[in-house]
Write a protein that binds this ligand. Structure first.
Ligand code: PMP
Length: 378
């Protein structure tokens, strides 16, 4: 059988990984500034993580959700502590798209409406409703799911107010990334997020903060909208949650009352997934990784801003977009050959950095030196 091969892969096979480094099949070392697309939150093969997963695998790897799994309760408690949202409720699933799909579903159960507001440049996943709420010219949605989605310009308060004035009583939910990731690292303004909050309150619509890429401590704060002082009704999370083990979740405000029949999954929140997620939170807390993400990220952003050839530097913490003039798009390839890995998609002239939260200042320096060299030689 052949692979249904839809990914434009770089021709590298990763055969070994440790901390912020990976090695290819030829033994070549790379600095991983991609984190497998923001998934590696605490670094590769972290010893505490490996130990906790191995121990759990030797006890119980999987058993059904229909039998009590105390690890889920422990995870909910720990997540409440680390995220500061102790009164929210956790539902566990397996991927970012599944988390968003369930969040949108919950919204429609809550207010009985269909209409969803999403924004230009948004990415929310590949399942039917999540992909319909995704605005990307290279990604298609099933035709039957698009009719209830309205895309508004990102950060345009007036357009949002106008839409609510016209259709407010039909809007089930507004879904937004605090910083658009696939869209090229674009941050929602504080006043825009505040406007969403107040309009959702006024019209009883549900505010969903897609924190799949920009959440889980990456910006120096736990969820993607924390820095704006705005509280969402539902936060979705995935990527960094399991450091590579598939686990995702939705953190749901107390006003939603769960009942069986609304949400469900076979694999979500299994023993191994919970052990992985608990290990991640323990390391984030013990090693103060949110603070590290903020400090190293701020340093990197400030230094990048000093580079003349760079058109714009966007982002927060360790979620950084470096926009180069169009004619310097090839710099990405040159850097890969100099042994740095970062994300390949988005716009060809945007370098997206999503490294592990324990990236050191020395790693940041290493990248800056290489980037300066490549920029000078072009
Ligand atoms: N939301 C955002 C903001 C994402 O960046 C992604 C993945 N790139 C998703 C949702 C979907 O996550 P998954 O691929 O785990 O389904």
């Amino acid at each position: 059988m052949n692979l249904y091969d839809v990914y434009p892969l770089n021709d590298i096979e990763i055969t070994k990984a440790n901390g912020s480094n990976v090695w290819d099949a030829n033994g070549q070392k790379y600095l991983d500034l991609y984190g497998g697309h923001a998934v590696i939150s605490i670094g590769h093969t972290n010893p505490h993580y490996v130990q906790r997963l191995t121990e759990q695998l030797n006890k119980v790897g999987f058993y059904s959700n229909s039998i009590k799994i105390p690890l889920q309760t422990q995870l909910a408690e720990k997540l409440g502590e680390v995220s500061g949202k102790k009164d929210y409720q956790l539902f566990l699933v397996n991927s970012g798209a599944e988390a968003n799909e369930n969040a949108l579903k919950l919204a429609s159960f809550y207010n009985g409406r269909k209409k969803i507001i999403a924004f230009s440049g948004a990415f929310h996943g590949r399942t039917s409703l999540a992909v319909a709420a995704t605005d990307n010219p290279k990604i298609v949605a099933p035709v039957n799911e698009t009719e209830n989605i309205t895309f508004l310009p990102f950060n345009d308060e007036q357009a949002l107010a106008d839409e609510f004035a016209k259709h407010g009583n039909e809007i089930a939910a507004v879904i937004i990334e605090g910083i658009q990731g696939v869209g090229g690292i674009k941050e929602a303004s504080k006043s825009f997020l505040q406007k969403i909050r107040s309009l959702c309150d006024e019209y009883n619509a549900v505010y969903i903060a897609d924190s799949v890429q920009c959440g889980y401590g990456r910006t120096g704060q736990f969820y993607s909208h924390d820095w704006a002082g705005v509280e969402a009704d539902i936060y979705t999370m995935a990527k960094g949650m399991g450091n590579g083990f598939p686990i995702a979740g939705i953190s749901i405000a107390p006003k939603f009352k769960p009942w069986h029949g609304q949400l469900g999954t076979t694999f979500g929140g299994n023993h191994l997934a919970c052990a992985a997620a608990l290990a991640v939170l323990e390391v984030i807390e013990k090693e103060n990784l949110m603070k590290n993400a903020e400090e190293v990220g701020t340093y990197l952003i400030e230094e990048l801003k000093k580079l003349e050839q760079v058109k714009e530097v966007r982002g927060r913490g360790l979620m950084i977009g470096i926009e180069l003039p169009e004619e310097l798009a090839h710099v990405k390839k040159d850097l890969l050959f100099k042994h740095f890995i970062f994300t390949g998609e988005a716009k060809p002239n945007v370098i997206r950095l999503l490294p592990a939260l324990n990236l050191t200042k020395a790693h940041a320096e290493e990248f800056l030196v290489a980037l300066k060299k490549v920029l000078c030689s072009t």
